[in-house]
Ligand binder design. Structure first.
Ligand SMILES: [Fe+2]
Ligand SMILES: [Fe+2]
Length: 274
C-alpha cells in the first residue's frame, strides 16, 4: 500500500508560452505537447477505471485500498486540470488535437467491457507513464531551456506518475484479472499509445512548420533513440511487464521521492492519505 499525497502546484499557468517552449527545440516541444494533449482524456479514464474497480472489491479490500485510491484519484484529477490549462494555450496557438478525439472514441467503444479490461488498459498505460516519468527525472536535459515553471510542471507530473505506478495494477490483481488478458491489453496499449503519440507529434510539427527539417529529426533521434534515450533506453524495462511475476514496485523510483523532497516550495499538500 502506498501513501499518496495530493499536491497543488504553485506555478503560473495563465501566462502563455511559445510554440517551441521547450528550449526552442521543435521536436521536444511537439512531442511533449502531444503527450499533454492526451492527458485530460486519458487521466479521466484512469480515474473512472480505478474508482469503478475499487467499488467492485469486497468490503475488507475496499477498506485496505481506500486511502490509496483516494490519493490516486486526487493526483490524476490534478494532472488532468493542469494539462487542461496547458492544452488551452496549445489550442490558442492553433494546434489541433486529434489524439484526444481518437482516445475518446476508443474509450466510448469499449465502455461496455468488464472493469478489469479498463484496469488492464490503465495499468498498461501507467507502466508507460512510469517509465517515461523516471526517464524524465534522470534526464532533465529533455527540458533544457524551458521556463522553470514548465520544467516544474513536467517534473512534478513525472514524480507523481512514478509515485502511484502500482495502484491500477494492484486493483487489477485484487479483482482477479488474469495474466493472459493483462499481456494482451498491454500489447494493444503499446501499439495504440505509440502510434497515437507519433501521429500527434507529426501533426504538431506540421503546424509548427518544422516537420521536414533535418534538425527536428536529429533532436528526435537524440531524445528517443540514443542508447539511453526515452524509447531505446526503456526497452528492457518495458519488456519486464511481460514477465509473469512482474509488479511495478520492482522498478525502484528514488528520483521521484528525491524530487518531491527537494521541491516542496513548488507545491502545497492539499490532501493526505489518512
Ligand atoms: Fe497523471
Ligand atoms: Fe498516472
Amino acid at each position: 500500500m502506498t501513501d499518496l499525497v495530493v499536491r497543488r502546484l504553485l506555478i503560473d499557468l495563465e501566462t502563455p508560452f511559445d510554440p517551441r517552449w521547450n528550449g526552442g527545440d521543435a521536436f521536444r516541444s511537439a512531442f511533449f505537447n502531444a503527450l499533454s494533449m492526451s492527458f485530460p482524456v486519458g487521466e479521466q479514464f484512469f480515474i473512472d477505471s480505478v474508482r469503478e474497480g475499487w467499488k467492485q472489491l469486497p468490503p475488507e479490500q475496499q477498506a485496505r485500498m481506500a486511502t490509496e485510491v483516494k490519493g490516486f484519484v486526487g493526483q490524476e484529477a490534478t494532472h488532468r486540470r493542469i494539462h487542461e490549462l496547458f492544452k488551452r494555450h496549445l489550442s490558442d496557438m492553433g494546434f489541433e488535437n486529434s489524439f484526444a478525439e481518437r482516445a475518446r472514441k476508443r474509450i466510448q467503444k469499449q465502455a461496455h467491457l468488464d472493469v478489469r479490461m479498463h484496469l488492464a488498459a490503465t495499468a498498461a498505460t501507467e507502466h508507460f507513464t512510469a517509465l517515461f516519468a523516471d526517464w524524465m527525472l534522470h534526464h532533465p536535459e529533455a527540458l533544457a531551456g524551458a521556463q522553470p515553471r514548465l520544467q516544474t510542471l513536467w517534473l512534478w507530473h513525472s514524480a507523481e506518475e512514478s509515485e502511484h505506478r502500482c495502484t491500477a495494477f494492484d486493483l487489477y490483481q485484487a479483482l482477479g484479472g488474469n495474466e493472459r488478458r493483462r499481456l494482451q491489453v498491454f500489447r494493444y496499449v503499446t501499439v495504440t499509445f505509440l502510434v497515437d503519440i507519433l501521429r500527434q507529434t507529426v501533426r504538431n510539427l506540421w503546424h509548427d512548420g518544422s516537420l521536414f527539417k533535418l534538425q527536428t529529426w536529429r533532436s528526435a533521434s537524440r531524445m528517443l533513440w540514443a542508447k539511453d534515450g526515452m524509447l531505446r533506453g526503456n526497452v528492457a524495462l518495458w519488456r519486464d511487464y511481460l514477465r509473469p511475476d512482474f509488479h511495478p514496485s520492482q522498478h525502484p523510483a528514488p528520483m521521484s521521492q528525491a524530487w518531491l523532497r527537494d521541491n516542496t516550495a513548488q507545491f502545497t499538500v492539499v490532501g493526505q492519505a489518512a
